[in-house]
Write a protein that binds this ligand. Structure first.
Ligand SMILES: [Zn+2]
Length: 394
């Protein structure tokens, strides 16, 4: 019972009531919010922030256009109360975030907490939006207490630190969700991260914890420059940095050679997947070359691994590729076929998107007409084989 908000208080009986034994979710649940539609990381940002583009709202619109969301499987994310965030975040930092949103934080206070920078700008919803992301993930963790599957595409802010903003992340919802799972009495929790960036905030929280297993596949030599091959976090962290051009076949090699065997040996009671979409070929912030088939394959392979499966979003800065990827992830989780060609209602969602400035090229026609990318298979390069072999020897 963490009391994320009044909305959470109205969750169905049996989910939160201590009197009734919880029962597993009878279907996958999607947690979204309208806050993503009306907010952006500062359209006035001098360098046009990568998170200016719509993402979660696109996923929701696509899924609704496809008939994949209904009142039975959709929940609105509650906004986490400050006290709920204090299970990991410093109260002084949470207070500074609220003050900054209200325009009441002094410049020195902003600087002390990493706020008001190019990466972590001051913007009108800078507390409410991340607190809603955190509330959605914490609600998901509560819903999963007895088992099931929940998708929270607004979650996945894996760089957040206890006492400061970091890498576009003001709060760390994966950490908060994992702590809620712990509070529900679950011990062995696995976290898998396929974002292009290393999850330094999550590793900060759980490195050295023998009851947490952390696996990350991310681009080598890219910010935050942590997560090198030898960085084992005291033994429970497995980091696979990959070179630019990383393809679907190479992700399959990582899945079969690293992720699935480690998960099988660990036997997690709950599994969290950070499903960042910035390792896709079209993403402007990384040099990796996955198609979204790689994401769908990872989600499909991980679904049966643990009785509780929490799928988050993460990075993803091309509005077409991120929306298509996570809508497709929800199709996979909820058991819907992805059609070869989208109906007009879904195409119109993709046609209405733009880069919100920034001079990027328009999307290829297939990015409007389909959800599934053409596969991007290729050779598994020797350095990836060598790194997988080295991790397998640990
Ligand atoms: Zn990322």
């Amino acid at each position: 019972m963490i009391g994320v908000s009044e909305e959470a208080e109205r969750a169905p009986p049996g989910v939160r009531s201590p009197a009734a034994p919880p029962s597993p979710l009878d279907q996958p649940i999607f947690i979204g919010s309208e806050i993503y539609r009306g907010s952006s990381y500062g359209l006035r940002h001098p360098l046009r922030h990568p998170l200016r583009v719509p993402r979660v709202s696109t996923v929701m619109d696509l899924a609704r256009a496809m008939g994949w969301l209904s009142p039975a499987n959709y929940r609105g994310a509650p906004r986490a109360k400050p006290a709920a965030l204090h299970i990991w975040h410093d109260p002084e930092y949470v207070a500074a975030l609220q003050a900054a949103e209200a325009g009441l934080a002094a410049p020195g206070t902003l600087a002390a907490f990493g706020l008001g920078t190019l990466s972590n700008p001051v913007f009108p919803e800078m507390f409410r939006r991340p607190a809603t992301g955190a509330g959605g993930v914490m609600l998901a963790a509560e819903l999963l207490r007895a088992g099931g599957c929940v998708h929270v595409p607004g979650g996945g802010t894996h760089h957040g630190l206890p006492d400061r903003a970091n890498g576009f992340c003001y709060l760390n919802d994966p950490v908060l969700g994992m702590l809620v799972l712990r509070r529900a009495g679950l011990r062995r929790i696995a976290y898998v991260d396929i974002d292009a960036h290393h999850p330094d905030g999550v590793e900060h929280a759980f490195a050295g914890d023998p009851e947490a297993l952390l696996i990350s596949v991310h681009e080598e030599g890219r910010w935050p420059f942590t997560g090198t091959l030898d960085a084992d976090g005291g033994g429970n962290c497995f980091n696979l940095p990959v070179p630019r051009g990383f393809n679907d076949t190479e992700m399959r090699a990582a899945l079969e050679g690293l992720i699935l065997p480690r998960l099988a040996a660990f036997r997690p009671e709950a599994l969290v997947l950070q499903c960042g979409a910035d390792a896709l070929d079209e993403d402007p912030l990384s040099r990796l070359s996955l198609s979204n088939n790689a994401h769908f394959e990872v989600v499909t392979a991980l679904r049966p691994v643990a009785p509780r499966f929490l799928v988050l979003g993460g990075g993803g800065y091309n509005p077409w590729s991120v929306g298509r990827c996570w809508a497709g992830v929800w199709a996979v989780l909820s058991g819907h076929e992805i059609p070869d060609r989208l109906p007009a209602s879904a195409r119109s969602v993709l046609e209405a998107l733009d880069w919100v400035g920034g001079g990027r090229p328009p999307p290829a026609a297939a990015m409007i007409e389909t959800l599934r990318d053409p596969p991007r298979e290729g050779p598994v390069r020797p350095e990836i084989r060598e790194r997988l072999a080295r991790l397998a020897r640990r």
